[in-house]
Design a protein around this ligand. Sequence first.
Ligand code: GLN
Length: 488
Amino acid sequence: MHDLTLAQMCHGLARRDFSSTELTRHLLERIGAANPRYNAFITIASETALAQAAAADRRRAAGDAPALCGLPIAHKDIFCTRGLRTSCGSRMLDNFVPPYDATVVERCAAAGAVVLGKTNMDEFAMGSSNETSYYGPVKNPWATDCVPGGSSGGSAAALAARLVPGATASDTGGSIRQPAALCGVTGLKPTYGRVSRWGMIAFASSLDQAGPMARTAEDVALLLQVMAGFDARDSTCLDRPVPDYAATLEQPLAGLRIGVPEEYFGAGLHPGTERAVREALAEFERQGARLVAISLPHSGLAVPAYYVIAPAEASANLSRFDGVRYGHRCADPVDLRDLYMRSREEGFGDEVKRRILIGTYCLSAGYYDAYYNKAQQVRRLIRQDFLDAFANVDLILGPTCPNPAFAFGAKGGDPVAMYLEDIYTIAANLAGLPALSVPCGLVDAKPVGLQIIGNYFDEARMLNAAHRYQLATGWHQLAPPALTETAA
Ligand code: GLN
């Protein structure tokens, strides 16, 4: 049952092959057995999940079956869930039980989804390896000595290990696409403004976007359909109609113009990743798409611009965690200053502190123009590169990450080496563009991803391309060898 995709589970429920209660119980058992090995979940919500499953079964029996009725999913622990602890991977929020649901959580619930639990993540979504979580690292099911990617590593690992068929995640500089690539699953960062961020704990507000992860593009489309749409509570959410993503999934790709940026195939790209991505490009050509060589000349400036803008916004967003209103509070403070200082010192981990320091520095008087303003100007140039490219192409394809999953600790001593893992993902966030990652091969027996970047609000076309690719190839169906061995 756990090998089924969301769409297949949906059919199974509709045909009464199994009930949501049976499905939920089965996956909860798997999570219980496998979570000690992978650490993909921070909180497992067995009791509420079974109650939601029973409610979904009753609803279906009564002839009312909304899109996700009885389908089990997991939420990244960055989304507020009413009555269910929401830690954001931090000691700071270790005891935080939100009094409300994030819009994304609310929409999934209204569509009948069953929430199995909250997935592990880098602390406050800062990281590319899931090593910064207060709850310990997530292990990559493909190689447990390697990272799953971050910051949504828990969602990606849970999908790869067949613990859950669909999950929510968030992407500020690659946190949906990078772990999707490293764990061999499919993940989409929608256009900035497509999905509400209300109730999603803020990291860098001009970059953060919520999005879905699953094993197939078809399932991602199903989840996006429920998640997307206007929400008056998020002032950055756009009021535009949501297309029917499933309706265009199968369209042929003949005539599609695919831009291939020269900057995404330069030094630093693993030759195995390059080979896999080029083979994927050849598959699109076979389906009638046309490859167009393009240039995104300011690509090299994306990582430096991001690592000014993201920490600057993070330093402002994280100032609310002071031990007074909510969050961790130190024991026996001698005065207010001591309370602020020790609560923040104890509540935040090293990477979060590093970002607060960098961000506060970049925003301080005298440095603001030199760093923050300059980075915003660079951001504008990066966006212009994409606008120029999309004048001639429909989609832009390239690698999601330069390398397959790396070993724990491999980049621990060198934050810049870690930041460079996001070299191909960050530009889409700076420009606000939608981008998705699909599995496109194995390198050193570990998955790598193909990145598909689209124009604003062109998610339907991206999902169409990803789905057609998945109909013709089997990379998204591969399971980590450890799973198939135990099943055999
Ligand atoms: N890896 C990037 C960072 O550490 C992006 C993280 C994210 O998208 N949340 O900031």
